[in-house]
Design a protein around this ligand. Structure first.
Ligand SMILES: *Cc1c(COP(=O)(O)O)cnc(C)c1O
Length: 417
């Protein structure tokens, strides 16, 4: 038996630094899962709970008037009014910034709100922006129908035509914009080339990297100025929330944060918590999305009823080389065409699936399937659809995290109907 008198022992009260992820050792940079589980969170929370408390509040109280003045003058990190951000939102912003390797991230209520927030903060009447033409149809719609009303001109050039993009730059150009991979063709950008065109011409650059996530590419590392994501997709990862984020340097984003506080496109405390929770498994999910995407794409390419598969991990993809050189994987989204099918025969394949659910979106745990002609381009003329490369027999499949053999079995039976 020990004879130590426990009453006399007082251990030193070691208080590790709160807040950011502690450096494990000088030489060791934290891995992706370590970042997504821990970064941005206080080590010891105010409630002593391991998870962040969810403060359901629209406003935050001050002890007295001097406390308000101190808050304003010292730029103290605390809540004031919900439209300027809630505590849970700051945690998620720090986590996302750490994942992206960005100085700062600003969370919005959806991916579109993030895009609109960035454009509205950065652009003024008379300015021009240049887009690669393959893009999310609502991003294009915002520029064409809305930014145009405020005297901002959008020019579109063919995706991957860097000379055309550089040639379209004028003294009024403020921003070069592209997705990578693009939706739904999954074209991959040469980030180096894109960022260099911006720098050389003194024009800022933006990548919508929703389909890649920082697991597969980190555009800021190539010198791109801003990255945005629909956090609704892989970041949230469970098809249960909407959110968006813009990331970059604090200096460049200061105006965006100020505008967000005025626009009010913010997230509820509960939404922030769902996103924080979803992010904990980010790396595990991305590994599976990458594996499933690759396996299912290879299966589809070998299927006699499939005439074309667009997936950057297939040698047949026009951007296979640059994809292979710059990214470890390409996510769960696959676009394919049913051989000799008109749009109704294509719909029958979609309707015959049993595991895949018919819905827009991607990046969640559930596999989703849809026909772009019907889901996103129904109101467009055939000529317009041809311009955007949307064919009648095209299907967009967003692989979830189910077992790839089950997704393949589902497609096999759907393609035999
Ligand atoms: C979904 C999506 C958006 C829009 O994001 P929301 O969260 O739906 O507003 C923007 N860009 C891409 C590439 C997307 O897939």
């Amino acid at each position: 038996m020990s004879t130590i008198n426990q009453d006399r022992i007082r251990l030193s009260k070691n208080k590790p630094p709160s807040g950011d992820l502690p450096a494990l050792t000088a030489a060791r940079k934290a891995g992706i899962s370590t970042i997504s589980v821990h970064a941005g969170e206080a080590r010891q929370k105010p409630t002593n709970s391991i998870t962040d408390p969810v403060a359901m509040a629209s406003t935050f109280t001050f002890e007295n008037t001097q406390a308000i003045i101190d808050f304003i003058e010292n730029d103290e990190d605390r809540g004031e009014y919900g439209r300027y951000g809630v505590p849970g939102e700051k945690v998620v912003e720090r986590k996302l910034a750490a994942l992206e390797g960005a100085e700062e991230g600003i969370l919005f209520s959806s991916g579109m709100a993030a895009l609109v927030g960035l454009f509205n903060a950065k652009l003024s009447a008379g300015d021009e922006i240049i887009f690669f033409d393959e893009c999310y149809h609502r991003s294009r719609e915002y520029c064409r129908r809305h930014l145009s009303r405020f005297g901002i001109v959008t020019r579109q050039v063919k995706t991957g035509d860097y000379d055309a993009m550089e040639g379209a730059i004028t003294g009024k150009t403020r921003l070069l914009v592209s997705e990578s991979p693009t939706n739904p063709h999954l074209s991959i950008l040469d980030m180096d080339r894109f960022a260099t065109i911006g720098k050389k011409n003194n024009v800022e650059t933006l990548i919508d990297a929703t389909l890649a996530t920082p697991f597969n590419i980190q555009p800021l590392g190539y010198g791109v100025d801003y990255v945005m994501h629909s956090a609704t997709k892989y970041f949230g990862g469970h098809n249960d929330l909407l959110a968006g984020v813009v990331l970059g340097s604090s200096e460049k984003l200061a105006e965006v944060r100020a505008l967000r506080g005025v626009m009010g496109s913010v997230n509820s405390p509960h939404n922030c918590y769902l996103l924080e929770r979803g992010l904990k498994t980010f790396e595990l999910r991305m590994q599976r999305h990458n594996e499933n995407g690759q396996r299912v794409a290879e299966y589809l390419e070998s299927h006699p009823r499939v005439s074309r598969v667009l997936y950057p991990g297939l040698e047949s993809h026009p951007y296979f080389e640059i994809a292979r050189q710059t990214m470890p994987g390409f996510g769960g989204l696959i676009t394919f065409e049913v051989a000799d099918a008109d749009w109704t025969a294509t719909s029958r394949v979609v309707d015959a699936t049993r595991l895949a659910r018919i819905a827009p979106s991607l990046g969640g745990v559930e596999t989703l399937i849809e026909q772009p002609l019907v889901m996103s381009y129904w109101g467009y003329t055939p000529a317009e659809r041809a311009t955007f490369g949307i064919t009648d027999n095209m299907i967009r499949l967003a692989c979830g995290i189910e077992n790839s053999e089950d997704i393949i079995a589902d497609l096999q039976q759907a393609l035999s109907v």
